[in-house]
Design a protein around this ligand. Structure first.
Ligand SMILES: [Zn+2]
Length: 174
């Protein structure tokens, strides 16, 4: 995983897209969906191996799961502009696997599950892999993780937020 603090930054970066669309409920859903794929760590407790379809970074990190799950949440929370909200929630959720695929540890991501159980990393992995244990997070390792995530995720995403906000303002005044 990238750290639990970093996945939700995607939901913030794209939040100007949903500024008019029952903003708070949608953005909070986006934040939750951005971290939701890591629910699969409970697989370890049930003795399901990492590389299994149901294991960590398996099916819940796939594109298909993101598409279906964000669709279901859209159906639950949206009364209108469903396509825009679905797109936003999908980006929040699918970004989770993409960020994980930028980390330098663990197994890759089963992007194409359940059709292919192959695991993938992106060609570059600038992110220091985060620990699954909160107590380890407040350590030297935690600082290294946050540094790499700040540089390679937070800064570009904050820039993206600026661009998205700017585009939204232009659209609003036009
Ligand atoms: Zn993950």
């Amino acid at each position: 995983m990238a750290s639990i603090f970093t996945h939700p930054v995607v939901a913030i970066a794209f939040s100007p897209w949903v500024n008019k669309l029952n903003k708070r409920k949608v953005i909070i859903s986006g934040i939750i969906l951005s971290i939701f794929p890591d629910i699969d760590v409970i697989a370890f407790k049930f003795g399901i191996p990492y590389e299994h379809l149901l294991g960590h970074r398996g099916i819940t990190h796939s594109i298909t799961f993101a598409l279906l799950f964000s669709g279901a949440i859209t159906w639950l929370i949206a009364q209108s502009s469903k396509l825009a909200i679905w797109l936003y929630l999908f980006i929040c959720m699918v970004s989770h696997g993409i960020l994980d695929a930028l980390t330098n540890g663990g197994l890759g991501i089963a992007f194409f599950a359940p059709f292919l159980n192959e695991r993938y990393f992106l060609p570059i992995q600038p992110l220091q892999v985060s620990t699954l244990h909160v107590q380890h997070f407040f350590s030297e390792h935690g600082v290294t993780v946050m540094k790499s995530e700040f540089l390679y995720v937070w800064l570009p995403l904050l820039f993206l937020w600026g661009v998205n906000y700017f585009l939204w303002r232009i659209k609003k005044t036009a």
